[in-house]
Design a protein around this ligand. Sequence first.
Ligand code: NAP
Length: 261
Amino acid sequence: MAQRAAALAARGRPAGLAVILVGDDPASSVYVRNKVKDCEESGIRSTLDRMPADTTQATLLARIAALNADPAIHGILVQLPLPPQIDAHAVIEAISPAKDVDGFHVASMTGQPGFRPCTPYGVMKMLEHAGAVLKGAEAVVVGRSNIVGKPQAMLLLQADATVTICHSRTRDLAAHTRRADVLVAAVGRAKMITGDMIKPGAIVIDVGMNRDAAGKLCGDVDFDSAREVAGWITPVPGGVGPMTRAMLLENTIEAAERAAG
Ligand code: NAP
C-alpha cells in the first residue's frame, strides 16, 4: 500500500483521508489516533476534525458536504458511535459513495458497487490468504449488525458459500456453529464460542473485541479450547483488528486511484 500511495504522490495526486471525531469517547479517540498513524506510515495524507459532543447534525452534514467537494480528499470517515442528537444513518448516507471508504453505505452492504466494509473485507482477505474454498462451503456468521454481521454474510454469499446468520434469538446456536466450515464470530461477548461448538478443521474468524474477567483483551471465541479443534483460527488481539485498519487504507488508496483515473 505504501508503494501505491507513493505512486499517487509521484503523480501529484496524493491520497487523502478525512477523519471526523465527534465528542470525546476514549475508545473512539484511540481508534482515530491509530487510523491517522496508519496513514502517516503508509504515505496517505490525513486530516482530523475533532468536533465537540454537542455538535448539531446540520453542522456535521455541512462539514461532510465540504469534504465531499474537496478534490484533495478521497475518503471520509466519521468515527462511530455518534452522540444521540445525531442520526448516524443520515450522516453515513450523506458521504459521497465515491468517498465512503468505511463501506457503510447501505448499497455497500447489499453487495452493490462501492467500497467493501473494512472489517468484513479484511476477513475475506484472510480467508483468501488461507486458501479457503468458499464455493459450496457452510459459512455461519454469528451476529447481524449492519457494520459486521450482515455485510460479512453478503460477502460470503457472493463467494458462493451457503450462509447462515445467527443472532441473539437463534435457537440452539451450537447446532449451527458445529456445521460451519467457516465460522465468523461478531457478537461482543467474551469467549462465548467454545471448542465444543466448532467443527473439527473449521476456519474460525474472531471479530469480537472484549475484555475478560481479568480485564485482558479477548475475542468472542475461547481461543484455548477452540484452537484444539479448528483448522485455522485468528487471535485477538492481532487478527481481524489490524486487517480492518489495513482495509481502510486499501479503500482510501483505491478511491484516490479512481479519482486520478
Ligand atoms: P453489535 O452491533 O452489538 O451486534 C452484536 C450482534 O451479536 C447482534 O446481532 C446480536 O444479536 C448478536 N448477539 C448478541 N448476543 C448473542 C448471543 N448470545 N448469541 C448469538 N448472537 C448474539 O456488535 P458489532 O458492532 O457487530 O460488533 C461485534 C463485536 O465485534 C464487538 O466485540 C466489537 O467490538 C467487535 N468489532 C471488531 C472490529 C475489529 O476491527 N476487530 C470491528 C467492528 C466490531 P441481535 O441482533 O439479535 O441483538
